[in-house]
Each structure stands twice: as C-alpha cells, then as structure tokens.
Design a protein around this ligand. Structure first.
Ligand code: NCD
Length: 304
C-alpha cells in the first residue's frame, strides 16, 4: 500500500487549499508556540542528509524539537552505512522502522521520489539536486503571505542561478498557481531557467539579463546564489560569479514596499549593507521556514 499524498516531494503536491491550511496553522504556531510544544511527544523524525545542509537540517531539527519530538539521522553521507556499501533504499527502509517521519536531501535529482515509493511513513524531500526544494517554498510563501497578505497580483523577479537553483524551480511553479502573477527571470544566458520548466509556466514570464532594468517594478525580488557545486566546468563558474550584486545604492530604485527574499546561504549577491533595509526579509524568511516546517510535520502526521 502506498500512502500517496502523505509525502511532500514536489512543491505542487499539496492543493492550494491545503497550502492555506498549512500557512494558517504556521501562523497560529508562531503566535503561541507553547500550545504546540508537546504535540509530537514520543514521535521521532529521521533527518537523512546525503548533501550538506545547515539551514534546512537545523530548521527541521528545531521544528521537531519545538513540537516536543525527537530527531535521529546523519548530517552527511560519510556517517551513513552508504560508506559500507548499503543501498540508499535499504538504509531508508531501515530508518522507516525506527521513525515516524523522514526528511531526506540528496544531490541527485529524483532520488527522494524513487526512495519514497517504498516508504510508509510520511517522507519529505528537503532538496534533490537542482530539481526541487519544496519546503523552502513553504518558507517563501509563508513570508510573502505574512507580509504582503496575498499570494496573487505580484510581480516577482527571480535573479541569479535559475538553471540549477532548485528553490526557484519550486517557488515559480507554486506562485504560478495564483492569479495575475508576473515573473521576471533575470539571469546570464548560461543560467536561464530550464526550457521544460519555462514551458510549464502559465503566467506571463519574461527573461532578461539586467537586474537594474526591472528592479523598480518588482514587488518581490528573489535573489539566489550561483550554485558552484553544480557546475561541471569550474572555469565557467569563475567567469559568472559576482554577476549580480544587490547593493544599498541599487535599492534606491526599488519600490518602497518591495520585498527582498533569499533562501540563503548568500555568497556576495546581496551586499551586507542591504541587511538593515526594512525591505530585506531574508532573515525573517528563515524564521518563517521553521514555523512552516512545524506546521508541515503536524499536517503530515495528522496532528493538525
Ligand atoms: C538552498 C538550497 O539548499 O537549495 N538553501 C536552503 O536550503 N536554504 C539555496 C542554496 O543553497 O543556494
């Protein structure tokens, strides 16, 4: 028996209604976290990270612990039995015997999708290569909804590495489900959004190279890091790094109520002088991510 619908593998797995209810619950949790501090008592989350992660892993750990649950797992591949030759499928099946919910990150696209087919406890994709990062999207939409009070009628600029940036792939598909959004995809030619993904998008989508040309029109600017680890040719990365740097000076042309988002970590694409600007929301976004993950865990465990 496959418990379809109880996994989160792609950012569009949940219906729009379900997403709203996850946001609503996250709002309640953020308001009164003490009411939820025992909800997951006696439950165990396994965090299996086959690719390095700081934010996502700690955010999930903090989320489960704040719900009163426990966490087992490993933060990198070398500490798992993979290094002894065990298949990932076997490792995860075993882990599923010990835990109530599994979170997995893997550097190869679709590995979590394949593995999850054999797993009966709720299974969450915490990032699969350059493909998807659905829980970052939950953090992103919670932040947008909290501060903009809507997820529609927005002009959103995605800037940086749109080719390998899985957070962009997940978020653009999700925002495409809401009415009247317009997407400005800002990247160098070699880091354009993949063709198949662009073809799936129904909302108006423009591609351009220059951030300054459009910055003043954006309601949201989603900056991203150029994903060095995904380049086959590091010379190409060297040529392209530092291509976009958002500075305090450039922010003078942004809308007064613009929102600057970034999934983090940043390298140099947002200068530190922007951090004090009230339009910089990226640290708030990280906090929102933890509440959204708490809400997600409760939702998938049927404890909401
Ligand atoms: C992102 C990721 O892992 O894709 N980070 C995160 O989870 N917050 C973005 C990135 O690494 O650039």
């Amino acid at each position: 028996m496959q418990l379809k619908g109880r996994h989160l593998l792609n950012s569009t797995d949940f219906s729009v209604e379900e997403l709203y209810s996850i946001i609503e619950l996250a709002q309640k949790i953020a308001k009164k976290p003490e009411d939820y501090s025992e909800k997951c008592k006696g439950r165990i989350m396994a965090a299996l990270f086959y690719e390095p992660s700081t934010r996502t892993r700690l955010s999930f750990e903090a989320a489960m612990k704040r719900l009163g649950g426990d966490v087992i797992g490993f933060p990198e591949m070398s500490t798992s039995s993979e290094s002894k030759g065990e298949s990932i499928a076997d490792t995860v099946r075993i882990v599923a015997c010990y835990s109530d919910i599994i979170v997995m990150r893997h550097h190869v696209p679709f590995v979590p999708h394949k593995i999850s087919e054999h797993i009966r406890v709720p299974f969450i994709n915490a990032g699969d290569g350059s493909n998807q990062h659905p829980t970052q999207t939950l953090a992103d939409i919670f932040t947008i909804y909290k501060y903009k009070k809507k997820l529609s009628n927005l002009k959103i600029g995605f800037c940086g590495d749109l080719k390998y940036g899985r957070t962009v792939h997940s978020l653009i598909k999700t925002m495409d489900r809401y009415e009247n959004n317009i997407f400005e995809c800002i990247s160098p030619d070699c880091l354009k959004i993949p063709d198949d993904l662009r073809r799936e998008i129904k909302s108006p989508l423009r591609e351009r190279e220059c951030l300054e040309d459009v910055l003043g029109e954006l309601d949201i600017l989603y900056m991203t890091r150029i994903q060095k680890e995904r380049f086959e040719d590091l010379d190409e990365y060297e040529r392209i790094k530092g291509y976009y740097i958002l500075t305090k000076e450039k922010m003078e042309n942004a809308k007064e109520d613009a929102m600057i988002l970034h999934p983090l970590p940043r390298v140099d694409e947002i200068h530190e002088s922007v951090d004090d600007d009230p339009r910089a929301y990226y640290f708030k976004q990280a906090r929102a991510g933890m509440y959204m993950r708490m809400s997600l865990i409760l939702h998938l465990l049927g404890l909401n």
